[in-house]
Write a protein that binds this ligand. Structure first.
Ligand code: HT9
Ligand code: FE2
Length: 402
């Protein structure tokens, strides 16, 4: 891609690529989730703080967690990811420790920053469990870090940078290649067992819907201007194509990008089509089976288990469509090793050069940048200001929004 040149300043170049640093801590930053029935509503209030999600919607979402004992699988998945990252870093002789902090549940990010500062760490590299660009998937993490530094009084004492958005990285793409290929075989088997071995299969890539205004604000303005769709959708389409190109059995099959987990007011437009509506249209058009690919997600958390494995699966059962859901990257060895690569391209070795050269990319919109330009993924706050952020050019509190 050819993004608008940065105003080169100390620490990063005109592409927004940061100079390597001797980071002394890694922050695994994630969404967080409830771990028991009593946590469910406080968690949902944290998630929706100040955003006016109606209570009926909260109650509706609560039932997804309640049905699972009030437990989101996301925290256990992050504990497993942290352990896998630690093992993979150690294997490569990298001794930088990994800390874990969440946006919406304990361990909370500000508390983790205080702990790692107290332990003597000063240069932190954040890796978040969110691969794409948008307010919810990138900027909100940057803001939460910016606000946490300010509120803990650590601003100026602790440096926090972030790993680039990694939707295009081979470590993210390759587990999907293997997963989609396996799922295709499973749907073929289901169709054969149902006496329809030649039935048409469609590959349905699913991601989180976001308000169309967030989609339009995603990524650098000048890049957005060159694309036929918004940057968020374009990134997903780019990854979907990279996955399909790597699977010979998928050649010639129909595929699409659809959206799930819409929330908010029905009057606010969000990205469409919804997966369930799209499946009904596919059935009408003669599709016999689908591989559903949770392209927008890093692990099999509640949005995958409920919206895909429960709701979309039921939709397919009602429609008589064969269904198989491909896995998320989770703790796939290639994903974990890719995370270590993403960290290594930023970590300065003894000679000051990064531990690994270059910036691997397996999809045509990559590689992304380390520092975001003004207004990248911006969202106007209700009080008309934007929040402080890390890893960006515009990090001043109270700067009027565009
Ligand atoms: C783009 C995106 C990702 C993918 C990137 C990433 O992975 O970060 C994501 C992930 C997740 N979203 C999650 C849960 C929720 N998201 C909500 C609400 C919202 N998400 C949004 C966007 C995204 N969300 C948006 C624009 C809203 C509405 C406005 C708002 O409130 O910000 C709500 C509120 C209730 C509701 O209205 O549905 C909940 C409970 C969980 C945890 C699952 C678990 O517990 O296992 C995860 C990983
Ligand atoms: Fe969400």
């Amino acid at each position: 891609m050819s993004p608008q040149a940065f105003d080169p300043r100390e620490g990063y170049d005109a592409r927004g690529v940061m100079a390597p640093k001797a980071y002394d801590a890694i922050l695994l930053a994630s969404f967080g989730g409830p771990e028991g029935q009593d946590d469910v509503l406080p968690f949902l209030r944290n998630v929706t703080a100040g955003r006016g999600i109606p209570d009926e919607r909260l109650e509706e979402v609560a039932t997804h967690y309640r049905a699972n004992g009030g437990i989101s699988p996301i925290n256990a998945q992050n504990r497993a990811l942290k352990a896998s990252m630690e093992a993979a870093l150690a294997e490569r002789g990298i001794t930088v420790p990994v800390f874990w902090g969440n946006r919406n549940w304990a361990p909370y990010i500000p508390q983790t920053l205080q702990e790692l500062y107290a332990a003597g760490h000063r240069k932190v590299l954040m890796f978040s469990t969110s691969a794409y660009s948008s307010y919810s998937s990138c900027r909100q993490y940057r803001e939460d870090l910016g606000v946490a530094l300010r509120e803990t009084g650590l601003e100026g004492l602790l440096e926090v940078d972030k790993v680039r958005q990694y939707f295009d990285h081979p470590g993210f793409v390759e587990p999907f290649v293997q997963g989609v290929s396996d799922s295709l075989a499973r749907v073929r088997e289901q169709l054969a067992a149902a006496g329809n071995p030649e039935g048409r299969i469609k590959i349905v890539f699913a991601t989180h819907s976001i308000p169309t205004s967030d989609a339009q604000a995603a990524g650098p303005r000048d890049l957005a201007a060159t694309l036929e769709t918004d940057v968020y959708s374009a990134q997903h389409l780019s990854v979907a194509r990279a996955i399909l190109d790597a699977i010979p059995e998928a050649s010639g099959l129909d595929w699409s990008l659809v959206f799930q987990s819409r929330s908010g007011s029905p009057h606010t437009p969000w990205l469409e089509p919804d997966i369930n509506d799209a499946l009904a249209i596919d059935r009408e058009a003669g599709v016999a089976g689908v591989v559903v690919v949770p392209l927008g997600f890093v692990s099999d958390h509640m949005e995958v288990l409920w919206d895909l494995d429960t709701e979309a699966r039921e939709t397919c059962a009602e429609l008589g469509l064969a269904f198989h859901r491909a896995p998320t990257p989770g703790t796939h060895a290639k994903f974990v090793s890719g995370i270590v690569d993403l960290i290594s391209e930023r970590l300065a070795g003894p000679d000051g050069a990064p531990l690994i050269p270059g910036r691997a990319s397996a999809a045509d919109l990559g590689p992304w940048f380390d520092v975001c330009r003004p207004n990248c993924c911006a969202k106007v706050m209700r009080d008309g200001t934007i929040k402080p952020t890390i890893a960006a050019v515009d990090s001043e509190v109270g700067v009027p929004a565009p």
